[in-house]
Write a new protein. Sequence first.
Length: 268
Amino acid sequence: MGFVGGRVRRDDEILGLETGAGVAAAAARMFDLAGPLRGVLHGTSLWNAGAGMLTTLAINEHSPSCHHDFFALNYLRASADAIITTGKILRCEPQLVHCLAGPGQQSEALADYRRRILGKTTPPVTLVLTSGEGLDLEHPVLHSWTRPLVYTTHDGHWALDSRAADCGVEVIADTEPSLQRAITLLRREFGAATIVIEAGPSTSRQLYEPPAVDHLLLSLFQGPKLPAQAEGGHFSTFSRLRTQFAQATEGSAISTPDGDWFFQRFSR
Protein backbone atom coordinates (compact mmCIF):
# COMPACT_ATOMS: atom_id res chain seq x y z
CA MET A 1 0.00 0.00 0.00
CA GLY A 2 1.40 3.41 -0.94
CA PHE A 3 0.19 6.93 -1.40
CA VAL A 4 -1.93 7.38 -4.50
CA GLY A 5 -2.31 10.91 -5.84
CA GLY A 6 -1.58 14.26 -4.25
CA ARG A 7 1.68 15.34 -2.68
CA VAL A 8 3.66 14.10 0.29
CA ARG A 9 3.31 16.77 2.98
CA ARG A 10 5.76 17.65 5.73
CA ASP A 11 4.97 16.60 9.27
CA ASP A 12 5.42 20.13 10.62
CA GLU A 13 2.44 21.33 8.57
CA ILE A 14 0.13 20.09 11.35
CA LEU A 15 1.71 22.51 13.84
CA GLY A 16 0.27 25.93 14.56
CA LEU A 17 -3.42 25.03 14.77
CA GLU A 18 -5.20 27.74 16.75
CA THR A 19 -8.96 27.26 16.24
CA GLY A 20 -11.58 24.54 16.09
CA ALA A 21 -12.06 25.29 12.41
CA GLY A 22 -8.36 24.62 11.88
CA VAL A 23 -8.67 21.27 13.67
CA ALA A 24 -11.64 20.29 11.49
CA ALA A 25 -9.78 21.25 8.31
CA ALA A 26 -6.64 19.33 9.32
CA ALA A 27 -8.62 16.17 10.12
CA ALA A 28 -10.55 16.50 6.86
CA ARG A 29 -7.29 16.61 4.87
CA MET A 30 -5.78 13.65 6.68
CA PHE A 31 -8.78 11.33 6.60
CA ASP A 32 -10.97 12.71 3.80
CA LEU A 33 -13.76 13.75 6.15
CA ALA A 34 -16.92 15.57 5.06
CA GLY A 35 -17.85 16.33 8.67
CA PRO A 36 -17.59 15.05 12.26
CA LEU A 37 -17.52 11.30 12.84
CA ARG A 38 -20.06 9.43 14.96
CA GLY A 39 -20.42 5.86 16.16
CA VAL A 40 -17.62 3.58 17.33
CA LEU A 41 -14.25 5.05 16.35
CA HIS A 42 -10.95 3.21 16.53
CA GLY A 43 -7.66 4.95 15.88
CA THR A 44 -4.46 2.94 15.83
CA SER A 45 -0.80 3.43 14.95
CA LEU A 46 0.59 0.61 12.82
CA TRP A 47 3.68 -0.49 10.94
CA ASN A 48 3.42 -1.83 7.42
CA ALA A 49 5.51 -4.95 7.98
CA GLY A 50 5.29 -6.01 4.34
CA ALA A 51 3.05 -8.40 2.40
CA GLY A 52 0.03 -6.49 3.70
CA MET A 53 0.72 -7.39 7.34
CA LEU A 54 -0.11 -4.66 9.88
CA THR A 55 1.63 -4.59 13.26
CA THR A 56 0.76 -2.20 16.10
CA LEU A 57 3.38 0.27 17.27
CA ALA A 58 4.35 0.08 20.91
CA ILE A 59 4.36 3.42 22.70
CA ASN A 60 7.89 3.96 23.96
CA GLU A 61 11.12 5.80 23.20
CA HIS A 62 11.97 3.36 20.40
CA SER A 63 8.85 4.09 18.34
CA PRO A 64 8.90 6.46 15.35
CA SER A 65 7.32 9.83 16.10
CA CYS A 66 4.91 11.85 14.00
CA HIS A 67 3.05 15.08 14.80
CA HIS A 68 0.14 13.98 12.59
CA ASP A 69 -0.18 10.68 14.45
CA PHE A 70 -0.31 12.51 17.79
CA PHE A 71 -2.88 14.93 16.37
CA ALA A 72 -5.06 12.02 15.17
CA LEU A 73 -5.11 10.58 18.71
CA ASN A 74 -6.16 13.90 20.23
CA TYR A 75 -8.67 14.61 17.46
CA LEU A 76 -10.46 11.37 18.40
CA ARG A 77 -10.41 12.29 22.09
CA ALA A 78 -11.87 15.70 21.26
CA SER A 79 -14.66 13.95 19.33
CA ALA A 80 -15.55 11.45 22.05
CA ASP A 81 -18.58 11.16 24.29
CA ALA A 82 -16.77 8.21 25.84
CA ILE A 83 -13.32 6.61 25.63
CA ILE A 84 -12.80 2.91 26.34
CA THR A 85 -9.41 1.74 27.54
CA THR A 86 -8.19 -1.24 29.58
CA GLY A 87 -6.43 -1.99 32.82
CA LYS A 88 -3.53 -3.37 30.76
CA ILE A 89 -3.10 -0.03 28.98
CA LEU A 90 -3.00 1.75 32.35
CA ARG A 91 -0.32 -0.65 33.60
CA CYS A 92 1.76 -0.18 30.44
CA GLU A 93 1.36 3.61 30.44
CA PRO A 94 1.57 4.81 34.05
CA GLN A 95 1.54 8.49 33.01
CA LEU A 96 -1.38 8.27 30.57
CA VAL A 97 -4.04 10.99 30.70
CA HIS A 98 -6.97 11.57 28.37
CA CYS A 99 -6.58 15.34 28.17
CA LEU A 100 -6.51 17.25 24.89
CA ALA A 101 -2.84 17.84 24.09
CA GLY A 102 -0.64 19.27 21.39
CA PRO A 103 2.15 21.76 20.75
CA GLY A 104 1.58 25.50 20.97
CA GLN A 105 -2.10 26.39 21.01
CA GLN A 106 -3.23 23.03 19.66
CA SER A 107 -4.79 21.88 22.94
CA GLU A 108 -6.92 25.05 23.02
CA ALA A 109 -7.83 24.52 19.36
CA LEU A 110 -8.97 20.96 20.11
CA ALA A 111 -11.08 22.22 23.01
CA ASP A 112 -12.55 24.88 20.71
CA TYR A 113 -13.35 22.18 18.14
CA ARG A 114 -15.14 20.11 20.77
CA ARG A 115 -17.08 23.05 22.16
CA ARG A 116 -17.93 25.18 19.10
CA ILE A 117 -17.91 22.72 16.19
CA LEU A 118 -19.32 19.64 17.98
CA GLY A 119 -21.34 21.44 20.66
CA LYS A 120 -20.01 19.17 23.43
CA THR A 121 -19.85 21.12 26.70
CA THR A 122 -19.01 18.33 29.17
CA PRO A 123 -15.99 16.01 29.34
CA PRO A 124 -16.25 12.46 27.99
CA VAL A 125 -16.45 9.35 30.13
CA THR A 126 -13.30 7.23 30.38
CA LEU A 127 -14.34 3.61 30.87
CA VAL A 128 -11.61 1.21 32.02
CA LEU A 129 -12.37 -2.40 31.14
CA THR A 130 -10.56 -4.52 33.74
CA SER A 131 -10.63 -7.60 35.92
CA GLY A 132 -9.82 -5.23 38.79
CA GLU A 133 -6.67 -7.10 39.67
CA GLY A 134 -3.73 -4.75 40.12
CA LEU A 135 -5.69 -1.67 39.04
CA ASP A 136 -4.08 1.51 40.36
CA LEU A 137 -6.96 3.72 41.45
CA GLU A 138 -4.51 6.63 41.70
CA HIS A 139 -3.59 6.33 38.01
CA PRO A 140 -3.68 9.82 36.42
CA VAL A 141 -6.15 8.76 33.72
CA LEU A 142 -8.72 8.33 36.51
CA HIS A 143 -8.07 11.82 37.87
CA SER A 144 -7.77 14.06 34.85
CA TRP A 145 -10.18 15.86 32.52
CA THR A 146 -12.55 12.97 31.77
CA ARG A 147 -15.16 11.34 34.00
CA PRO A 148 -13.71 8.02 35.31
CA LEU A 149 -15.63 4.75 35.23
CA VAL A 150 -14.32 1.26 36.02
CA TYR A 151 -16.19 -1.61 34.33
CA THR A 152 -15.36 -4.98 35.84
CA THR A 153 -16.60 -8.32 37.14
CA HIS A 154 -18.56 -8.73 40.36
CA ASP A 155 -15.39 -9.98 42.07
CA GLY A 156 -13.52 -6.94 40.74
CA HIS A 157 -16.26 -4.67 42.04
CA TRP A 158 -16.04 -6.24 45.48
CA ALA A 159 -12.27 -5.79 45.54
CA LEU A 160 -12.32 -2.17 44.33
CA ASP A 161 -15.56 -0.61 45.50
CA SER A 162 -14.66 0.86 48.89
CA ARG A 163 -11.29 2.19 47.72
CA ALA A 164 -12.80 3.49 44.47
CA ALA A 165 -15.44 5.47 46.35
CA ASP A 166 -12.71 7.13 48.41
CA CYS A 167 -10.93 8.05 45.15
CA GLY A 168 -14.07 9.38 43.46
CA VAL A 169 -14.10 6.60 40.84
CA GLU A 170 -17.39 4.93 39.90
CA VAL A 171 -17.34 1.13 39.55
CA ILE A 172 -19.91 -0.83 37.54
CA ALA A 173 -20.01 -4.63 37.73
CA ASP A 174 -21.17 -7.07 35.07
CA THR A 175 -21.35 -10.85 34.92
CA GLU A 176 -19.34 -11.00 31.69
CA PRO A 177 -17.78 -7.58 30.96
CA SER A 178 -16.57 -7.21 27.39
CA LEU A 179 -15.82 -4.51 24.85
CA GLN A 180 -19.18 -5.00 23.13
CA ARG A 181 -21.08 -4.87 26.41
CA ALA A 182 -19.13 -1.76 27.44
CA ILE A 183 -20.29 -0.03 24.24
CA THR A 184 -23.90 -1.01 24.96
CA LEU A 185 -23.57 0.28 28.56
CA LEU A 186 -22.16 3.63 27.45
CA ARG A 187 -24.93 4.13 24.91
CA ARG A 188 -27.73 3.08 27.24
CA GLU A 189 -26.64 4.61 30.54
CA PHE A 190 -24.56 7.60 29.43
CA GLY A 191 -26.08 8.54 26.07
CA ALA A 192 -22.74 8.19 24.30
CA ALA A 193 -23.14 8.55 20.54
CA THR A 194 -19.41 8.72 19.73
CA ILE A 195 -17.27 6.10 21.45
CA VAL A 196 -13.50 6.00 20.96
CA ILE A 197 -11.55 2.77 21.50
CA GLU A 198 -8.06 3.04 23.01
CA ALA A 199 -7.10 -0.58 23.58
CA GLY A 200 -4.38 -3.00 22.55
CA PRO A 201 -4.72 -5.41 19.62
CA SER A 202 -5.80 -8.42 21.70
CA THR A 203 -8.78 -6.44 23.06
CA SER A 204 -9.69 -4.31 20.03
CA ARG A 205 -9.77 -7.32 17.69
CA GLN A 206 -13.01 -8.32 19.47
CA LEU A 207 -14.71 -5.50 17.54
CA TYR A 208 -13.75 -6.91 14.14
CA GLU A 209 -15.31 -10.38 14.36
CA PRO A 210 -17.84 -9.35 13.12
CA PRO A 211 -16.98 -5.66 12.61
CA ALA A 212 -18.57 -3.33 15.17
CA VAL A 213 -16.28 -0.36 14.42
CA ASP A 214 -17.92 2.34 12.31
CA HIS A 215 -14.70 4.19 11.43
CA LEU A 216 -11.12 2.95 11.64
CA LEU A 217 -8.48 5.69 11.43
CA LEU A 218 -5.07 4.29 10.54
CA SER A 219 -1.74 6.00 11.18
CA LEU A 220 0.61 3.78 9.19
CA PHE A 221 4.40 3.99 9.49
CA GLN A 222 5.93 3.07 6.14
CA GLY A 223 9.57 2.69 7.17
CA PRO A 224 11.26 -0.49 5.96
CA LYS A 225 12.55 -1.37 9.43
CA LEU A 226 11.35 -1.01 13.00
CA PRO A 227 13.24 -1.63 16.26
CA ALA A 228 12.05 -4.82 17.94
CA GLN A 229 11.18 -2.78 21.07
CA ALA A 230 8.73 -0.70 19.00
CA GLU A 231 6.78 -3.68 17.68
CA GLY A 232 3.40 -4.42 19.27
CA GLY A 233 1.10 -7.28 18.38
CA HIS A 234 -0.30 -8.29 15.01
CA PHE A 235 -3.38 -6.23 14.14
CA SER A 236 -4.74 -7.31 10.75
CA THR A 237 -3.99 -7.28 7.04
CA PHE A 238 -5.01 -4.83 4.33
CA SER A 239 -6.94 -7.54 2.51
CA ARG A 240 -8.89 -8.39 5.66
CA LEU A 241 -9.78 -4.75 6.31
CA ARG A 242 -11.07 -4.38 2.75
CA THR A 243 -13.52 -7.21 3.35
CA GLN A 244 -14.67 -5.78 6.69
CA PHE A 245 -15.35 -2.19 5.59
CA ALA A 246 -17.41 -0.82 2.73
CA GLN A 247 -15.26 2.26 2.16
CA ALA A 248 -11.53 3.00 2.22
CA THR A 249 -10.29 6.53 1.55
CA GLU A 250 -7.41 7.22 -0.80
CA GLY A 251 -5.30 8.38 2.12
CA SER A 252 -2.65 11.04 2.66
CA ALA A 253 1.12 10.78 2.99
CA ILE A 254 3.35 12.62 5.47
CA SER A 255 7.14 12.83 5.49
CA THR A 256 8.95 12.80 8.86
CA PRO A 257 12.60 12.49 9.92
CA ASP A 258 11.84 8.91 11.05
CA GLY A 259 10.29 7.95 7.72
CA ASP A 260 7.08 8.31 5.74
CA TRP A 261 3.61 7.82 7.24
CA PHE A 262 0.29 7.12 5.57
CA PHE A 263 -3.11 8.10 6.99
CA GLN A 264 -6.27 6.35 5.86
CA ARG A 265 -9.88 5.88 7.00
CA PHE A 266 -11.94 2.70 6.67
CA SER A 267 -15.71 3.09 7.20
CA ARG A 268 -18.63 0.69 7.31
